[in-house]
Write a protein that binds this ligand. Structure first.
Ligand code: BTN
Length: 270
């Protein structure tokens, strides 16, 4: 792993970097050709003292991962694979997948005039097909947050043949949608802006604004029937909305319940 290229690599845990102003997302980027997962590399940098806002971007990942232990297809140069180091002072980090989902949506709106939808909690969809996803991982002890890593994966210049097996049907890329090769550098500029914007709203406690924006772009409306998989097994219910921490609220046979780490298996539109 070419960590030596990174200006902060090799520094001990005690080497704190002092800045007059907190760094903004995307202001300092560690570019690598290959790594197991940008989330792993960002975690290493965070453990070495990387500041809030530091980003890792890789051309490929050899062990890219998605939510629930799934593999994330990370073909060299075809996709965008990046992770952001955050050090939020609030414990309400269950909102972060939504914050960055909304940010990716805004960036695609602005850069490409493309209006994607968001499937709770972390999917970026185009007409039901998967275009990208967010993976939030955190390092906590008790009520102390050491750091949070927000991983963002987007399918950019994939052709149909690049997707193996079921993914050929289930996934899509910006190139397949627009018919054009996408300039990643332009898209990244738009992404940094939107990430800063929505993360600032998060830090300012504008939870309602974030939830409202997410719900406006939701892949399914309130009143839809959902079948979800939880740690306690499958549950079905009617989607009532999202709570203030970004939890999925369902009317179930046992009453109204919020879920934070479930997976949506099936949606029955109302
Ligand atoms: C999902 O939809 O399940 C989340 C996918 C997240 C993929 C990104 S790619 C960059 C970062 N590194 C990883 O290993 N995963 C995330």
């Amino acid at each position: 792993m070419p960590l030596k290229d990174h200006p902060k690599s090799g520094k001990g845990q005690g080497d704190k970097i002092h800045c007059a102003q907190p760094m903004r997302i995307g202001e300092s980027i560690c570019w690598v050709k290959s790594c197991s997962s940008t989330n792993d590399l960002a975690k290493r940098l965070a453990e070495e003292g990387a500041e809030e806002g530091e980003v890792v971007v890789s051309e490929e990942q050899t062990k890219g991962r998605g939510r629930n232990g799934r593999k994330w297809l990370s073909i060299p140069r075809k996709g965008l694979y990046l992770s952001i180091v955050l050090r939020p002072a609030t414990l309400r980090i269950s909102l972060l997948p939504l914050v960055f989902g909304v940010a990716v949506k805004e960036a695609l709106d602005k850069a490409l005039d493309l209006h994607v939808s968001l499937k709770w909690p972390n999917d970026i969809l185009w007409r039901g097909q998967k275009l990208g996803g967010i993976l939030v991982e955190s390092s906590l002890s008790g009520k102390t947050i050491h750091f949070v890593i927000v991983g963002i994966g987007l399918n950019i210049n994939h052709e149909k043949e690049d997707f193996p097996g079921n993914l050929r049907r289930e996934a899509t890329s910006l190139k397949l949608i627009t018919g054009q090769e996408i300039d990643k550098a332009c898209l990244l500029q738009s992404l940094w802006e939107s990430c800063r914007n929505w993360y600032r709203h998060f830090l300012e406690g504008k939870r309602e604004k974030i939830i409202e924006e997410f719900q406006t772009s939701s892949a399914f409306p309130r009143g839809s029937g959902l079948d979800i998989e939880t740690d306690a097994g499958p549950i079905s219910g009617i989607f009532l909305g999202l709570d203030a921490d970004g939890g999925l609220v369902l009317e179930t046979s046992e009453g109204k319940k919020s879920f934070y780490s479930a997976r949506i298996k099936n949606v029955r539109k109302k």
